[in-house]
Design a protein around this ligand. Structure first.
Ligand code: THU
Length: 157
């Protein structure tokens, strides 16, 4: 028997340590959170995706009275990005959230499992790592790829 350790590298950065492009993406994710439609959970999430055509597409969670019919911010952003710019490759995604108290969540917010799998599809299409910026109130986590957020992912059948 052998053993394999799967390690997730995470860079922790204060906002003033980010590049101008990453800072802008984080700002747009925060702004997108303010456009969430989340009357049931009152948890507002925003996502901003930078594409290789330099466009930025944002999304926010969209809830529904029939709960499972809603969708997360990350999926609303990635599905719209690929529907709008089917040829473009994803470069970076930033995610931010405003909690039920109306304040930006203190800890960097991480995408749910389904969103990780959905985002992985676009990383596979890009053929290169898509960086992930998880925004918290004072600092953010930067992951080098979507696959690093989803070890042992399902990738083929
Ligand atoms: N939510 C997201 O938008 N992204 C995630 O990765 C986790 C959760 C949304 C779904 C729901 O509208 C609300 O946050 C509470 O779960």
């Amino acid at each position: 028997m052998t053993r394999k350790d799967i390690v997730t590298p995470v860079e922790v950065a204060a906002y003033d340590e980010l590049s101008a492009s990453d800072r802008r993406l984080a700002e747009l994710a925060r702004e997108a959170a303010s456009r969430a439609y989340a009357p049931y959970s009152r948890f507002h999430v925003g996502a901003a995706i930078l594409l290789d055509n330099d466009e930025i597409v944002t999304g926010a969670n969209q809830e529904n009275v029939a709960y499972p019919s809603g969708t997360c911010a990350e999926r609303s952003a990635c599905f719209y990005a690929h529907a709008r710019y089917p040829e473009a490759k994803f470069r970076t995604i930033a995610i931010a959230a405003v909690g039920t108290d109306g304040k930006e969540v203190a800890e960097p917010v991480a995408p749910c499992g389904a969103c990780r799998q959905a985002l992985l599809e676009y990383e596979m299409l890009a053929g290169a790592p898509v960086r992930v910026i998880l925004c918290g109130r004072d600092e953010c986590y930067i992951l080098p790829s979507v696959s690093s957020t989803l070890p042992l992912a399902f990738t083929e059948f």
